[in-house]
Structure formats: C-alpha cells, structure tokens
Design a protein around this ligand. Structure first.
Ligand code: ARG
Length: 401
C-alpha cells in the first residue's frame, strides 16, 4: 500500500505546493488537513477544494473554533498568560489543537507521517513535532520547507509549472499567523527593530490615535470563564469575538516586541490581540478581589511558568497538566462583573463587583464604619521587622570591630 502523509494545510502558497512537493519527494499520498481556529478569511470548503485541486488525495477540514476557545484560549486567560510579560501566546496555543486534529486525521486515513509548513528557525516546528510525538508516538514528522528544500522561489516556480489553483503573484512581505485569540506579523521591514510598524501591518485593530467615543463594557465571569457581555450570555468564543470587535475598534491590544525564541534567536514580532488583552485585563482585576493574597502571589509565578511551557511547545507535558490543576483550583471564586472603558488603545477597569469578593469595606474604609483595630498594627510591625533588625544589629557590631 502507498504510504500516506497528513499535511497541516493553510490554503496558502507554501502548503499548497507542499502537497505535490511531498508527493514527488517521497512517493506518498498526501491528505490535507485544515483546522478552523477562528482565523477568518476563506471558507473551509474553498480551502478544501484547493487542496484537492493541488493534488491531495483527501482533504479534511475541522471546525475547531469553539474547541480552541474553550480548551485553549480559556486556560490561557485563567493563567493570565503573557510570555515575557507581553505576548498572549496566540500562535503557541493554536499548534496543540491543530496537532490533535492532525493525529486524528492520521488515524482516520491510515497515515504514518505528519507534515507541516514550518521553517527550521521558529518555535512552531517544535510545537508541532513535540505535540505529535506525544499524541502519536508512532508517527513520523516531515517539514518540506526545512527538510525538502522547498523555498519560496521554488514554490512559485512549482505552482506555475504545474498550473496549481493558487495565486503566486500576490507579494506579501510579511509572515502572518492569526486566529481568534490574536494575530502575529513578522519579517520584512520589521526585521530592522528600529523601524516602527506601518499602518498596513494591522488588521484586528484600528489606529488608537483617532479613537471613536469611549466604549464602556461589562464582562461577567464564572469561575474564571467569561460568560456574559453587557448582561448578554455568551460562549467563550463569542466573548473573544465581541471583544475583538469592540476593543479592536479602539486600538486595544497592539504589542510590538523582540522575544526570545526557543531555538535561541531573538526575533521581532508585532501582535494584535484586542479581545485577549481586554479579557486578560478584566480577569486579572477580578482575581484581585476574589483570590487570597498568598494564592494570588504564587499564581503569578505559576502563570509565568505556564506561559513559558506553552511557548516552548510543552502543552501536552506533565508539568503543564500539574500547573493547570493549580490554576483551576484558584479560579473557584473568580466570579463577578468587571466594568471597563475601552478607549484610545487602552482597556481601563473602573468598576468591579462579586458575591465572592474578599474586599471588605468595613476593613478598608477610612470613614465611619471602620472595624479595623489599628492598635494591633504596632505589635505586628515590631515582630515582622524583628529578623531583619537582629541581622542589622549583627552587621553594625561586626563592621565596628
Ligand atoms: N513568535 C510567535 C510564536 O512563536 C508567533 C509565530 C508565528 N508568527 C508568524 N508571524 N508567522 O509563538
């Protein structure tokens, strides 16, 4: 029987050419797999037809947008995950869900190998292959751009020679990856890290310099999950989409960073993640009133480690699973409403309420109704500073000798 390879298919030039390129290089039959993670653009059926037109023996499309929102974006939100303090893991969380569908398709169609369109310089090759190794240890991996010398120029020449049903003249100077959680743009003019991004780079966000009137939004959460916007019940996917639209219109969530890739390269990336950044801001503020201080402090450390693991392609790892269990436990009381104003590139929280709040007015107030016994503070401070005070006494004594 002819060997079969499933290919992670985007519908773009590189993966369209990869279908025939892999076929010629290996003699295998190629099955194209397209996964909808809310990236927008062409319909899955158009993409499916193109794959078949480019020589795929089967084309499998999966609508994973709700699955992606519920099982990948929501955990990222619960973790308030921002890699290096900036990047909400847009591409990093889409790879594991795509991997799940690739492995499923490989089983369904009897494939022995999984192929993807990544280069040998990025994080995504790692995320795909580590994921595949974990979910399908018997499956092999191949990356035509990296392993079969499929360059951009060769791809254009191949598509023209074979008359593939794919545009080869449209020249986009950027490498773009997008899904409902956000959008990532790199390469070209952006590789000079002194160059400011030009307007044409952005798609999810409008220029914040000329914002429309401020937009006030109330986001309701239940156990860390967004469940309503302005009192209207929503799914996680709907919440992200609605905030992409409203926060995007205000230019919220533009991020310009030089980040540390797993392969050791520092690289410049422009992100826009209006919904993700508005949700993370709101969620964090709700945690501020519902999560106990020590748990909250420790959770910040856990969230940072979680972000690094996910960035580094360890979505399916045991440590990630353990951290998930911790984070899930912290979310039990993260329920309530956050009111925020979206305006001029910012999402600013200006109101919060929760039935499970730890904010105690009678302890906090400086007005009448104060129940806090200030006389207890003096003794507390004495003991709290004792250890450092004893050490300081020793330092002075030793220095004086
Ligand atoms: N740097 C981001 C990451 O490693 C995004 C990678 C994909 N970016 C792109 N523009 N193609 O997660």
């Amino acid at each position: 029987m002819t060997e079969r390879i499933v290919l992670a298919y985007s519908g773009g030039l590189d993966t369209s050419v990869a279908i025939g390129w892999i076929g010629e290089a290996t003699g295998a039959e190629v099955i194209a797999v397209a996964v909808d993670v809310g990236q927008g653009g062409e319909s899955l059926e158009t993409i499916r037809q193109r794959a078949l037109g480019c020589g795929a023996v089967e084309a499998y499309v999966a609508d994973a947008s709700d699955e992606f929102a519920n099982e990948y974006c929501v955990p990222t939100l619960k973790a308030n995950a921002l890699y290096q303090g900036h990047y909400p893991l847009v591409s990093a969380i889409s790879r594991p869900v795509i991997v799940k569908h690739l492995v499923k398709a490989a089983r369904e169609f009897g494939a022995t190998t999984v192929a993807h369109g990544c280069t040998g310089k990025g994080n995504d090759q790692v995320r795909f292959e580590v994921g595949i190794q974990t979910l399908g240890p018997d499956l092999k991996c191949i990356a035509p751009v990296r392993d079969l010398a499929l360059t951009r120029d060769k791809a254009i020449a191949f598509a023209e020679e074979k008359g593939l049903p794919i545009e080869t003249t449209k020249k986009n100077p950027y490498s773009i990856d997008q899904n409902v959680w956000g959008r990532a743009v790199e390469t070209g003019y952006l590789e000079d890290i002194w160059n400011a991004p030009t307007k044409d780079i952005y798609d999810y966000t409008a220029t914040p310099e000329f914002p429309p009137a401020p937009d006030e939004v109330t986001i309701s959460f239940e156990a860390g999950v967004p469940v309503a916007i302005d009192g209207v019940k929503v799914t996680a996917l709907q919440a992200i989409k609605e905030l992409n639209r409203r926060a995007g219109a205000q230019g919220v969530g533009r991020i310009d960073v030089v980040e540390d890739r797993l392969v050791g390269i520092k690289s410049r990336e422009i992100y826009e993640a209006p919904g993700a950044m508005a949700l993370i801001t709101a969620h964090k503020h709700l945690e501020d009133i519902t999560v106990e201080r020590e748990q909250a402090r420790f959770k910040a450390t856990v969230g940072q480690r979680w972000a690094e693991l996910v960035y580094d392609g360890q979505w399916f790892s045991p440590l990630k699973r353990s951290l998930d269990a911790f984070i899930e436990d912290t979310q039990k009381y993260v329920s309530g409403d956050i009111r925020m104003t979206l305006h001029g590139g910012q999402a600013i929280v200006n109101g919060r309420r929760s039935d499970t709040s730890l904010y105690d007015f009678s302890l906090a107030t400086y007005d009448t109704g104060d129940t806090f016994d200030q006389s207890q503070a003096k003794g507390f401070i004495e003991l709290w500073g004792m250890s450092a005070k004893v050490a300081s006494g020793r330092d002075i004594r030793v220095a004086g000798k």
